[in-house]
Design a protein around this ligand. Structure first.
Ligand SMILES: Cc1cc2nc3c(=O)[nH]c(=O)nc-3n(C[C@H](O)[C@H](O)[C@H](O)COP(=O)(O)OP(=O)(O)OC[C@H]3O[C@@H](n4cnc5c(N)ncnc54)[C@H](O)[C@@H]3O)c2cc1C
Length: 385
């Protein structure tokens, strides 16, 4: 019998597992494939506060305060670098969007600069194109290695006594008399006093069987990773309309991403092949990103892949313990920006599983907000990266 079963070995589930294990609970982390097999492995790895919805900003700021301490806490190098985030404007319309973003987020207390011309942008990032007109710059944003980080959380949890079960799929959450009693897996029943569902795009199916509706839409983001290049760029960059983003990893590879694209496939039946971009799509991505970061045009490809985003109608996550089922906790729907939040989402989900008042304000992230048809109207994915 476990105190808590956590479903999903992405950064959200792994961070929650560590937090609970550190607090002395008996925890099982159950992962269908392998640690970081989905979004937490596919991601760009940006760790940013800039461009956040106001409802999410304080969580992002709390996460950014934790990131520099992770290497020591987890006993592993997560390749975290605080090089800042540049949000680039390619035309006058985008200049206006970025200027508004800077004013709004400064008013919320975020340290954010506005670079009003190309020379100001290239003074800190000479690799950016001379065609870029302006940018926002948040110096306290950064990036990290997503697989190293997620594995580090899972391994730290395991060292502290968490039971880690990879290659085991949860088929159903078992509920008796309005309270969770455990999970049914392809390797048998696992009893537990509480269950955290952190299964990314696969979360709605697990909840639907218990009568809970999470309106998630899966979208696709394409990623290109280049050969190793000499140092070019410290910052993560994005653009005003979120149709591309990128960063240089610390080994020199550029990792660049498309915007959010339609996905018609099956969130259970995907394979690397079905998600991977075609040659034409990679050429398009190079051309798009080459307009803001010319070095990407001629760099040799190392790898390309596609990744799914768990997009909610308002592009905000669900962090909640719905009243309908006691002992059930949900952490999903991060809508393309949950990697940065991982360390803090893990703490909040642990609080909810323990029945404590969460240490952060999370009223904007309740599942029940989608009960209203108005709140179910789909939003565009904004400002990822
Ligand atoms: C291309 C791309 C770029 C991104 N860029 C950024 C960025 O720059 N910054 C940022 O903050 N965020 C970014 N994101 C989003 C971020 O990666 C995700 O929000 C975050 O990784 C979500 O983590 P998670 O643990 O909630 O979900 P996931 O990492 O998807 O983990 C869910 C896990 O649950 C497992 N699972 C599913 N069903 C079951 C089951 N039935 N039983 C057991 N296990 C199950 C899956 O195998 C998976 O490992 C990006 C995402 C993508 C795809």
């Amino acid at each position: 019998m476990f105190d808590v079963v956590v479903i999903g070995g992405g950064i959200t589930g792994a961070a929650a597992s560590l937090s609970l294990t550190e607090q002395g609970l008996a925890v099982a982390l159950i992962e269908k494939r392998g640690i970081a097999a989905m979004a937490s492995g596919w991601t760009l790895g940006g760790v940013r506060q800039s461009g956040r919805d106001p409802a999410e900003l304080s969580l992002a700021r709390a996460a950014v305060a934790i990131w520099p301490t992770l290497g020591e806490r987890l006993g592993a190098d997560v390749h975290y670098r605080r090089g800042g985030n540049l949000r680039l404007a390619r035309d006058e319309n985008e200049v206006a969007i970025i200027r508004e973003l800077v004013d709004r987020q400064r008013a919320q207390g975020l340290e954010l600069e506005f670079f009003a011309d190309n020379s100001a942008v290239r003074a800190i990032a000479p690799a950016i194109s001379p065609d870029v007109l302006a940018a926002s710059f948040c110096p306290s944003d950064g990036h990290a290695d997503p697989i190293a980080t997620t594995l580090a959380f899972a391994q730290a949890a395991k060292r502290k006594g968490c039971t880690l079960r990879e290659g085991v799929a949860v088929n159903a959450i078992r509920v008796e008399k309005g309270r969770v009693t455990g999970v049914d897996t392809n390797a048998g029943f696992v009893p537990a006093g509480a269950v955290i569902v952190a299964a990314g795009v696969n979360t709605p199916a697990l909840l639907a069987a218990r009568g809970l509706h999470l309106p998630l839409r899966a979208t696709l983001v394409q990623v290109l990773q280049t050969e190793k290049l000499p140092p070019l760029l410290d910052q993560v960059f994005g653009v005003a309309n979120a149709d591309c983003a990128g960063r240089q990893e610390i080994d020199g590879r550029l990792r660049v991403t498309s915007g959010s694209l339609a996905f018609q496939g099956d969130v259970d039946g995907w394979s690397e092949q079905t998600l991977a971009p075609s040659r034409t799509e990679i050429a398009h991505l190079r051309e798009l990103i080459g307009k803001v970061l010319p070095a990407v045009k001629d760099a040799q490809s190392h790898r390309a892949w596609g990744g799914l985003i768990d997009l909610t109608p308002d592009a905000l996550p669900v962090l909640d313990a719905p009243e309908e089922i006691r002992g059930l906790v949900i952490g999903a729907g991060f809508s393309g920006h949950g990697f940065c939040l991982g360390p803090i989402s893990g703490e909040v989900l642990a609080d909810l599983a323990l029945g404590h008042k969460p240490r952060h304000e999370i009223s904007a992230f309740r599942l029940a907000r989608f009960a209203s048809a108005e709140r179910r109207a789909p939003a565009a994915l904004s400002l990822h990266g």
